[in-house]
Design a protein around this ligand. Structure first.
Ligand code: SF4
Length: 87
C-alpha cells in the first residue's frame, strides 16, 4: 500500500488524547473534502509503497503504546482491503 508518512506525535483526539502515538497516513484518498489539509495524500498523492510487514516494523517501538491509521479511505479502493487489515 502507498504510505504517505509515518510519524510520532501526541494523540489529539478521543479517549487517548495526550498519549504518545505513532501515526500511519496512507496515500491516494479518492475523496475531495473541501477541508482537506493533506493534499499530498489525496489530490497529489505522494509516498512510498510499503508492505504491511514493513509498516508494522516501523511502528513497533517500546516507547509508543498506541498507533493510529490515517487516510483509510484508500483501503476502500485497494485490491484486498480485508487482507491488508488482517495481515
Ligand atoms: S484525506 Fe481525509 S480530509 Fe482529505 S480528502 Fe481524504 S477523507 Fe477528505
Amino acid at each position: 500500500m502507498l504510505i504517505s508518512e509515518i510519524f510520532h506525535s501526541i494523540q489529539g483526539e478521543g479517549e487517548l488524547t495526550g498519549i504518545p502515538s505513532v501515526f500511519v497516513r496512507t496515500s491516494g484518498c479518492n475523496l475531495r473534502c473541501s477541508w482537506c489539509d493533506t493534499p499530498y495524500a489525496s489530490w497529489n498523492p505522494e509516498g512510498n509503497e510499503m508492505t504491511v510487514e514493513a509498516v508494522v516494523e516501523r511502528v513497533a517501538s517500546p516507547d509508543t503504546s498506541t498507533s493510529s491509521m490515517l487516510g483509510l479511505q484508500k483501503l476502500e479502493t485497494s485490491p484486498s482491503p480485508k487482507q491488508t487489515l488482517t495481515a
